[in-house]
Ligand binder design. Structure first.
Ligand code: ATP
Length: 116
């Protein structure tokens, strides 16, 4: 295994995370995740509930980054208006929305019984 290449790839991935942090949508997800983590701390989640919450947060971040990557590639490949470019962007955004809705439902199923 080429360690130098591995470290360089890790650096590129880290730069990707930094790039994502500058995105408005990603900042909103960071804020939401912070609120959920604080709520989880004060609610007193079980170990398995923490695993689920952390997994959902990580997947949400990862999906948002893939969505941003798709947007970038579409902008590069199709700077002018094209129905396929629209479909690609709308599908990617739709994937984020589907995951966000189901994450919110799972979150409510975890938190609400503990609050009431
Ligand atoms: N090249 C294109 N051809 C056709 N429709 C497009 C194109 N680019 C964007 N659109 C449409 O406009 C919408 C918004 O595009 P935009 O690039 O602003 O994405 P966004 O979700 O607002 O991303 P950002 O996070 O960069 O603001 C897309 O979801 C798509 O419906």
């Amino acid at each position: 295994m080429n360690v130098r290449k591995f470290v360089r790839s890790f650096g590129y991935a880290f730069k990707g995370i930094i790039t994502a942090c500058a995105e408005q949508n990603f900042k909103s997800h960071l804020l939401s995740a912070g609120i959920v983590l604080i709520a989880g701390y004060f609610t007193g989640l079980s170990r398995i509930e923490w695993y689920i919450v952390l997994l959902l947060i990580a997947l949400m971040f990862a999906l948002e980054m893939i969505n941003t990557a798709i947007e970038r590639v579409v902008d590069l490949a199709s700077p002018t208006i094209h129905p396929l470019a629209k479909q690609a962007k709308d599908l990617a955004a739709g994937a984020v929305l589907v995951f966000a809705i189901f994450s919110a439902i799972i979150g409510l199923l975890i938190f609400i019984p503990k609050w009431f």
